[in-house]
Design a binder for this molecule. Sequence first.
Ligand code: GRG
Length: 288
Amino acid sequence: MGKVAEAIDQALERILPPAEGKEARLMEAMRYATLAGGKRLRPFLVLASATLFEVPTERSTRVACALECIHTYSLVHDDLPCMDDDDLRRGMPTTHKKYDEATAVLAGDALLTYAFEIVSDPRTHHDPLVRAELVHAMAREAGAHGMVGGQMIDLLAESEELDIGAVTRLQQMKTGALIRFAVEAGAIMGRATKDQRQALQNYAHDLGLAFQIVDDLLDVEGTEEEVGKKVGKDGDAGKATFVSLLGVERARTQAQMLADQAGLHLEMFDEKAELLRLLPHFVINRRH
Ligand code: GRG
């Protein structure tokens, strides 16, 4: 995982070069937010799913970078005073703290649109139909019925009581949607069969939930130093989470079960799926 993260860091550095001229500050803020570290989980998933279908790495790396741009935009906007109002992200001052609110809003906007510019570029795939399918899936998962919709429900959750079904749906949108796209991207580029796509969707479903349960556990059990952001926020806001609804022990057992189950969906793939099989265990044992 470390090697992939390094390769992605280098690719992001190339794809987001410093700019000159009046807009240089915007590019600087985009680079600050994106190059500040991060586990690069979603890019890893794009590369690992593309490997199943022997998609050339130059192509999958472009989609991986685009997706990391969208993920980074979501973090920049989520940290703004009008949302989570956070000062720390990935162990560093959040983008609006380092620059200012307007610059952070614009950097997020520009990262989101840049993702579509990257994916729709012929260097991502020679076939325009494949590029159109990638753009469509990315928009669907990032938008109102995916991540942004999940964020809306999450904001409303502070004043509503959600049960486990509602929390699961919310998290499948807010966090699960980009994870779903990451895994689907390889299948689209590799022109996977219907059965292969279904298997990968099932994998992404279980992995996404396991990831979110661990995120909730880290909010309760982790330290600010480990996690690189403020902890204990969900409890303070009185938000229903997997941990508040299930308790720490059941939440941990559930994450373990989902991680085991995620790997089982990949039976139809040979040893090329090894990275995907290993990932759920990395995800549930992470400390940040
Ligand atoms: C503001 C449009 C908009 C959406 C925000 C994803 C999201 C929706 C907000 C992020 C807040 C949050 C803590 C969500 C929980 C799970 C999550 C996405 C954590 C951050 O992802 P990691 O752990 O982060 O992969 P790194 O820093 O490693 O990239």
